[in-house]
Write a protein that binds this ligand. Structure first.
Ligand code: SF4
Length: 640
């Protein structure tokens, strides 16, 4: 464990330069002090600096840090742009042995002035660790400025990130592409997005947008409409080839499943030069994105276009191909990545649930049939059991098919619903009804036909393992909801009957067990997405696919699996956990722009896309609300 020599992290000064070292664990310093097998000698970022090796030259550290920070100053105010440039030039001069006696005072004055007077957060945050260094290592700065000898530059590793970027599972450079949208450079914005996102048009419509939940702007007025903004370059930008490894192709790898995890893994591996083959038993690519999301949220041609782009990079996609024994793929492929999703609906647990009854169906099958063009004749009353996005999609789809009434029955309250709030609101606007704190206990039937569901009221008890309050039945509260169709949308589980039985480790909740990087207990077998995590969001599946693909690449290159130094470093940076702490002046309040939607009455009769794309001008205006909350992080590795 490294000892702290000096830390100003979080405004709390720990100074052991003249005394006994304090073990890092004894302090509350949440910065990486180790990654992979490396000790960190120094860390400098928006909330201070931390030194664990007394030999680190703090002047060289400040010089390196401000050089990187100055590159990101945006020009929104000359104080930020010019001020950081002057600081960087002055530090370089001092480090190069050409300092002047008055330089240190100038640096102090400029850093103070930037912190108080700049327009946005980036520069105000960027100078914090410099001010700490100038205050606490004053003598080192004065001595170096007076000396005519250059100090050796530091070897350092840097990262630029932002709270929205860290919250995103695929770490999209959100401020980077928002700035390009603001300047109406949508093709370049699309290039930035596609570097880490193989489904920009899909995620521009359906992403759960973790970035918006961590957007700094929400502390001033409202978060940026990041998801809807992403759709603008995704729909309007010109797709250009991504940088890829040239030359002779590497080995053949197989991916089972053409959903978001499989497609993301395929793109990553194909760009690295592998011959990638995807196998999927369905007639169309997209996995749950195809099967489970209705066309009014994600038109079929949009998804097909995304898959075509991935295929055009050289990925071979074999549809209508069910793999019965994954081991047999080993005759042709050097490694296999399972991304087969979770498509089996859980047992309903409802009495008299008989699949042969007319009017009983699983929610995902209902959506899949409609998305595949099958005809479902509408009846009168639809009941959907569940509280997630699939339940809401089923209920909204039923109205579009022509059902007279569509009701969601959910065992907890609205507050606990896992479905996205905007989807629930849209369903309410379209006329979907809700029965909260209720659950069907028995199907009522006549002549093998569903006629209703006997339900019971629930109350919420203590929180269960999921952290949500456990629903408990209220004795004697039974009631009947008439229905001629009942769907269950209560979660899906994976099917992995095609894996070597008894040889692949599985979890107690019936998913494939892997390490954090998607490696199973079998050397050549990797897994990612819903088949490992259970049902999750598209963007989480894409992130898992990319991680497993990287792990597979290391296995193919080295014959064993180990975490790359770059990945270990990325995780170390991520552990810092960017707070939304602001230091710049409070910007004027602005009004968030939302994309226009079709009227509720019209849309409930049609499968046409509900949400429109922002036009370029409105998008530029919304992107202008971004505060560019970039933070620079800099690590110096301990030598020897
Ligand atoms: S204001 Fe912009 S940079 Fe800051 S968190 Fe929100 S989207 Fe990201």
């Amino acid at each position: 464990m490294s000892d702290i020599v000096f830390s100003s992290w979080g405004g709390q000064v720990v100074d052991n330069r003249s005394g006994q070292g304090v073990a890092a664990a004894a302090t509350d310093i949440k910065v990486p002090l180790k990654y992979a097998d490396n000790d960190v000698a120094a860390f400098m970022s928006w909330d201070g600096l931390v030194i664990t090796d007394k030999n680190v030259n703090v002047v060289a550290l400040a010089d390196a840090y401000m050089r990187e920070a100055a590159k990101l100053a945006c020009g929104e105010c000359s104080m930020g742009l010019r001020g950081t440039a002057i600081i960087s030039d002055t530090l370089s001069r001092i480090a190069g042995g050409q300092g002047k006696a008055e330089d240190v005072a100038l640096l102090t004055e400029l850093a103070d002035s930037i912190q108080k007077n700049v327009k946005c957060d980036f520069c105000a945050n960027a100078v914090i660790p410099l001010r700490d260094a100038l205050k606490n290592y004053r003598e080192a700065f004065n001595t170096t400025a007076a000396s005519k000898e250059a100090i050796p530059p530091l070897d350092y590793i840097k990262k630029m990130t932002a709270p929205c970027q860290e919250a995103c599972p695929i770490h999209q450079d959100v401020p980077g592409y928002l700035e390009l949208i603001r300047n109406r450079r949508n093709t370049e914005a699309l290039e930035v997005i596609r570097r880490t996102n193989c489904l920009p048009r899909v995620t521009g419509r359906t992403c759960v947008a973790f970035c918006e939940k961590n957007c700094v702007r929400q502390d001033i007025d409202s978060p940026l409409s990041v998801r809807a903004l992403k759709r603008v370059p995704a729909d309007l930008g010109i797709i250009k080839p991504l940088p890829s490894v040239k030359g002779e192709k590497k080995g053949k790898v197989a991916i089972i499943g053409a959903g978001p995890a499989g497609l993301s893994a395929a793109q990553h591996l194909s760009l690295k030069g592998y011959q990638v083959y995807i196998f999927d038993e369905q007639a169309a690519s997209g996995g749950m994105t195809f099967a489970g999301i209705p066309a009014y949220r994600l038109p079929r041609n949009v998804l097909a276009g995304e898959v075509d782009t991935i295929a055009s990079q050289g990925v071979q996609i074999r549809l209508n191909t069910r793999i019965r024994h994954a081991e047999e793929l080993r005759y042709t492929f050097k490694a296999v990545l399972v991304a087969s999703g979770a498509h089996q609906t859980r047992e309903s647990g409802i009495d008299n649930w008989n699949k042969d009854y007319d009017g009983l169906m699983e929610g995902v099958k209902f959506l899949h049939d409609i998305n595949s063009g099958k005809t479902i004749v509408p009846k009168q009353k639809m009941l959907v059991v569940g509280g997630g996005n699939t339940a809401i999609d089923c209920a909204r789809t039923a109205l579009r098919l022509g059902f007279k009434e569509s009701t969601v029955v959910y065992r907890r309250s609205r507050h606990e619903m896992p479905a996205r709030d905007e989807e629930v609101k849209a369903a309410e606007e379209e006329g979907v009804k809700f029965q909260f704190l209720a659950v069907p206990v028995k199907i009522q039937s006549q002549n093998n036909r569903v006629v209703g569901a006997e339900c019971i009221r629930m109350e919420l008890g203590e929180p269960d393992a999921s952290g949500r309050r456990k629903p408990l039945p209220l004795k004697g509260s039974e009631f009947v909801l008439p229905a001629d169709m009942v769907l269950t949308a209560i979660g899906e589980t994976p099917d992995f009957s095609f894996l070597p039985q008894g040889k692949v480790d599985v979890t107690s909740w019936n998913s494939i067990k892997t390490d954090e990087d998607g490696h199973t207990n079998i050397p050549w077998l990797f897994a990612a997405g819903d088949c490992t995590s259970g049902p999750a969001s598209i963007v989480e599946a894409m992130a898992a696919g990319k991680r497993a693909a990287e792990s597979l690449h290391i296995y193919m290159s080295k014959g064993k699996v180990e975490r790359s130094e770059a990945d270990a470093l990325d995780r170390a940076f991520h552990e810092v956990g960017l707070s939304r702490k602001r230091r710049g002046p409070k910007p004027a309040a602005t009004v968030r722009q939302y994309p226009h939607e079709m009227d509720a009455e019209d849309r409930s009769k049609s499968f046409d896309e509900v949400e429109e794309c922002f036009n370029v001008q409105v998008a530029a205006c919304e992107a202008e609300r971004c505060l560019r909350c970039y933070r620079v992080m800099l690590i110096v590795k301990r030598q020897g």
